[in-house]
Design a protein around this ligand. Structure first.
Ligand SMILES: Cc1cc2nc3c(=O)[nH]c(=O)nc-3n(C[C@H](O)[C@H](O)[C@H](O)COP(=O)(O)OP(=O)(O)OC[C@H]3O[C@@H](n4cnc5c(N)ncnc54)[C@H](O)[C@@H]3O)c2cc1C
Length: 388
């Protein structure tokens, strides 16, 4: 006979593990199904661990503020080291246009509780020793943001969820959703059938395929991005940095990096031309372009020894904002997909939102904010995320 659960979470990644954790905390008997060999091994593992609430969309600001609240106190409350490194986020600014754009976001960000301020060029240089001073106007600095480990966090969440009764099955792929009379009844995997009246789809870059299985449109398109990490050096950078200048070589849109809790410099750039698809092979051009970009901002970084590079996917939606929503017409179905380049920082906030949607049947976010992450919204009129 098929096993029964109160809720099934499909996908054990940046979003699926927090969702399972908060659902078990709300008293549900939860099953997590993950097709890979362990949880957190999908695009979660590709993230460089940045957690910030400096967004231009109210839902993202509020969800990330919740994530930060949980991450900041995690060790104290639960005892696990999740590699939390406070230090904020710094956006150095070299042009009047960018200064205007970033300052223009302050009123909305502050209305939603984010601490983000303009700092002068000397303060930027203190926060990022060795930064190129020519043309530096100052920057924005949000001191309460930080970074944490994408390798440690999902494991901690899994451990606590399992202690509270969740069941996690890896190497098990969902191949069909059981829907009858407009209600979700469970899922079929490559190993068996499970029943549950609530199913959460948290399948990241694969979500469009789940849409096909469900007979609904889930507009998530993966595009791939590369990142890397150096050998550790003595700590000298506190914040994570986002360099919004167009790259000098014309291939990069922005570049972000920081020094993690182990002293390694971890980095990534957004290519000007996106690579649509799930190809995760490294490109030969990444390191030379990256190195040029990095050294143009902080010349002293030229001495770093790069240890490893990798590639992963941003699960993109057409308007750059996630879909966290129940689905009208399919009772018991919740989508938590399309996290774009911010699924790791959104994860815990989204997990809480998923628990509210599943257990209470409604968003925890205020209605005005929740509408930008609703399923079935008009993607052409959605708010474009300025700070991807
Ligand atoms: C280079 C790079 C750097 C990044 N840096 C950051 C950062 O600093 N901060 C940040 O917030 N974000 C960052 N991101 C983005 C972040 O990694 C993603 O947005 C996030 O991991 C997406 O979370 P997810 O849970 O939707 O997907 P995933 O973490 O990929 O989880 C989805 C899971 O579902 C599983 N799955 C799929 N289909 C099935 C099925 N049918 N059955 C069972 N299991 C299934 C997959 O195996 C996977 O484990 C970065 C991304 C890249 C590529």
């Amino acid at each position: 006979m098929a096993e029964s659960f109160d809720a099934i979470v499909v996908g054990g990644g940046s979003v699926g593990m927090p969702s399972a954790y908060y659902l078990t905390r709300r008293g549900l008997k939860v099953l997590v199904l993950e097709r890979r060999t362990a949880v957190g091994q999908g695009d979660n593992k590709a993230a460089i661990g940045g957690v910030r609430a400096t967004h231009s969309d109210p839902a993202k600001i509020l969800l990330c503020l919740r994530s930060l609240e949980e991450i900041r106190t995690w060790k104290e409350v639960h005892g696990d080291d999740i590699g939390w490194k406070p230090g904020g986020y710094l956006f150095p600014v070299y042009s009047e246009e960018m200064e205007k754009k970033l300052r223009g976001l302050f009123p909305l960000q502050r209305r939603h509780g984010l601490v983000n301020d303009w700092v002068d060029a000397d303060t930027v240089a203190d926060l990022l020793p060795g930064i190129e001073r020519e043309g530096l106007r100052g920057g924005t600095y949000s001191p309460n943001d930080g970074q944490t480990s994408p390798l440690l966090l999902p494991i901690a969440l899994m451990r606590h969820a399992v202690r509270s009764g969740a069941v996690v099955r890896v190497r098990e792929r969902v191949v069909a959703y059981l829907v009858s009379g407009g209600k979700i009844m469970g899922v079929k995997t490559d190993k068996g059938v499970y029943h549950a009246p609530r199913v959460v789809v948290a399948t990241g870059a694969d979500a469009a395929r789940d849409g096909q299985l469900l007979g609904i449109d889930i507009p998530v398109t993966p595009d791939s991005h590369e990142a890397g990490i150096t050998a550790p050096v003595a700590p000298f950078i506190e914040p994570l940095i986002v360099d919004m200048r167009p790259g000098p070589e014309g291939k990069t849109a922005n570049f972000y990096f920081g020094q993690n809790h182990e002293g390694q410099i971890i980095f990534c750039y957004t290519p000007r031309e996106l690579f649509v698809g799930t190809n995760r092979e490294n490109l030969s051009e990444f390191l030379p372009v990256l190195a040029g970009r990095m050294v143009s901002l902080v010349p002293r970084l030229r001495h770093l020894l790069v240890r490893r590079i990798w590639r992963g996917c941003y699960p993109m939606t057409p308007d750059g904002t996630p879909i966290v929503s129940n689905v009208p017409g399919v009772e018991g179905l919740t989508l938590a997909v399309g996290m774009c380049g911010q699924g790791f920082m959104l994860g815990l906030g989204v997990g809480q939102e998923v628990a509210a949607l599943v257990v209470d049947g409604k968003h925890r976010l205020p209605p005005g904010a929740a509408k930008t992450i609703r399923y079935g919204r008009d993607f052409r009129s959605g708010i474009m995320e300025a700070l991807k």
